[in-house]
Design a protein around this ligand. Structure first.
Ligand code: KG4
Ligand code: ZN
Length: 339
């Protein structure tokens, strides 16, 4: 079954055609990074307008590239939550029109579910149940993936996300937006033990996260150097922050994995491209006899292929969009009966 998928939740416009939820037939992505870079972050209205300009052409190119005809497409999948409302609306409205014109079903897909599904494209044999750490610019959660469509939140961030923490620190250190990837590279040259940034304690669930205090303490440290007019040890700060964040993520993930008795451990989302996170998780896999799943680097950040993958399993489970499908800025991954 060929599904044409559309992703426009933030600042990447992406279209893909995916076969049976596991094989990417063709995909095209337009990254808006250059349009937002000068503002140091995503400007929602610019993002919506860029999606509007890109989405039609990208779809045409994706279809041409696939060698398929419109009649071969059996369903359209689209991200409907969470994300920037204006951005989501562009993708949803386009997908609605396409599904109507082709007279095929429309499948609404939760963005974080699709991040988890990026692993189905990278590992053809991966099947739920497994545990997955979803780490992106806006989200940090540990998810019990009970089946392709049944998920339970085991831990979540109470404030900022891991990616946001990297991006904010990176901005203060002078890296371009989005800084996480630059911080990761420069951290390779630094001493991870140069600075002690403490891991915050949370009073809720032991698998929950909190990054706001950590973010502030890194910014304070950077300001200390600036006030004293001392050269910023960019490499050491980057390496120390990266190590603190990764250790924190791994600590909670490990505890949850042991508690739920999982042997299959996956990660997903933009931050899952982080070199240290991937390295430490592989090591943990060896030490604990876990099977580790790390999505291909090109599938870590936002893309439509993962929407096509999750869309397939949602379709098989009978999920269809109603004609009045709307966009939602946030929604629990368990999808509590809104549709
Ligand atoms: O999943 P994603 O593309 O968008 C969201 O859904 O948020 O994630 C983007 C986030 C950004 O915060 C970016 O800095 C971060 O992923 N990121 C990284 C790396 N590559 C991307 N963070 C740390 N290390 C990386 N290598
Ligand atoms: Zn994302």
């Amino acid at each position: 079954m060929y599904i044409l998928a559309v992703e426009s939740s933030c600042d990447d416009t992406s279209v893909a055609i995916v076969k049976d939820g596991r094989e990417i037939i063709s995909t095209k992505t337009f990254s808006q990074v250059k349009r937002h870079e000068i503002f140091g972050g995503v400007v929602p209205e610019i993002a919506s307008r860029c999606h509007l300009e890109a989405i039609g052409g990208l779809t045409k190119l994706t279809l041409e590239d696939s060698g398929l005809k419109k009649v071969d497409i059996e369903a359209i999948a689209v991200t409907y939550t969470p994300g920037l409302i204006g951005s989501l609306l562009v993708g949803i409205n386009f997908a609605k029109g396409l599904a109507m014109a082709l007279d095929i079903p429309l499948i609404p897909v939760h963005h974080l579910r699709s991040h988890i599904a990026s692993n189905y494209l990278s590992y053809k044999n991966l099947k739920p149940p497994f545990i997955c750490l979803v780490v992106s610019g806006g989200h940090t959660s540990i998810i019990d993936v009970k089946s392709y469509t049944k998920m339970k939140v085991i831990g979540k961030t109470l404030d900022d996300a891991a990616g946001e923490t990297f991006d904010k620190a990176a901005r203060y250190l002078g890296f371009p937006y989005p800084g996480g990837v630059y911080l990761d590279k420069i951290a390779e040259k630094g001493n991870p033990d140069a600075f002690k940034f403490t891991i915050p304690k949370v009073k809720t669930c032991r698998y929950d996260f909190s990054f706001s205090g950590l973010k502030t303490s890194v910014i304070n440290k950077i300001n200390e150097f600036r006030q004293k007019d001392i050269t910023l040890p960019i490499e050491d700060i980057s390496a120390s922050l990266r190590q603190t964040v990764v250790n924190y993520l791994i600590k909670n993930l490990k505890e949850a994995t042991v508690k739920l008795n999982y042997k299959k451990v996956a990660i997903s989302g933009g931050v899952s491209a982080n070199a240290l996170l991937r390295k430490v998780l592989k090591k943990q896999g060896k030490e604990n006899d876990w099977e580790i799943f790390l999505p291909d680097l090109k599938l870590c950040s936002d893309n439509a292929a993962m929407v096509g993958a999750q869309g397939y399993y949602e379709f098989m489970n009978g999920k269809r969009a109603k004609p009045n499908l709307n966009a939602y800025a946030s929604m629990n991954i368990e999808e509590p009966g809104l549709l």
